[in-house]
Design a protein. Structure first.
Length: 231
């Protein structure tokens, strides 16, 4: 039962240049994903998929493998995660290596821990799921979402929810964008990251932060330091 960890790390990040190897509290941010994967002891192979030679060099320094470079086609802005996973899986197959389980861990996910990875795999296997990924609850009911109309006034997106108490709404959740752990063949054959037989690991908002801007980066570093200080 072989398991593969894929860490996608394209070199052409635009919102935060060189994002995948930018220093996060003194270390390249990709190093956190690599170290979590290796220290979990779950994987037969921890690899970084990149077309960038500098990223490849740093990935190897932190213990990951880069057995081949990503294709030009899958290094573009329009390439999807499933495209990258399919390419990596195919190339390993050509090398005679097959993996029953794969975990795609994003390169800018410093909050990923070996404990969460191990807990996720245990649940994936025990419940016979196709896929599992971490999510968290929205802080406020999305059913009470607002919009600004063409006149510049506030409206509810769904006015019928105006008189319903916030505590009476069903909770809503969102993907934390940290990783997807899955049965390789199920995801590849369905050509999507998760199927109808997908489970979850719920994490607190403090255990993650989406990083798209320099401001996000600073907030993520603050949250990370706070989390580690209070563990």
């Amino acid at each position: 039962m072989k398991k593969l960890a894929i860490i996608p790390a394209r070199g052409g990040s635009k919102r935060i240049p060189r994002k995948n190897i930018k220093l996060f509290l003194g270390k390249p941010i990709i190093s956190y994903s690599i170290e979590a994967a290796i220290s979990s002891g779950l994987f037969d192979e921890v690899m970084v998929s990149t077309e960038d030679h500098e990223i490849a060099k740093i990935a190897k320094q932190y213990g990951a493998k880069v057995p081949f470079l990503r294709s030009t086609k899958n290094s573009s802005d329009t390439a999807t995660t499933i495209d990258v996973i399919a390419e990596v899986t195919q190339k390993y197959s050509q090398l005679g290596l097959e993996f029953e389980y794969t975990c795609c861990i994003y390169s800018c996910a410093p909050f990923v821990t070996k404990e969460v990875l191990k807990k996720s795999f245990c649940k994936l296997e025990a419940e016979k799921l196709d896929c599992i990924f971490p999510l968290t609850k929205y802080g406020h009911p999305i059913q009470r979402a607002l919009k600004i109309n063409i006149k510049g006034y506030i409206e509810m997106i769904d006015p019928q929810n105006m008189q319903i108490r916030t505590q009476d709404f069903e909770p809503s959740y969102h993907d934390l964008g940290q990783f997807y752990f899955f049965k390789t063949n199920e995801v590849i054959s369905n050509n999507q990251l998760w199927t109808t037989n997908t489970g979850y690991i719920e994490l607190a908002d403090l255990e993650s932060h989406d990083i798209d801007t320099e401001y996000d980066w600073e907030i993520a570093e603050f949250k990370f330091k706070y989390l580690k200080k209070n563990q």
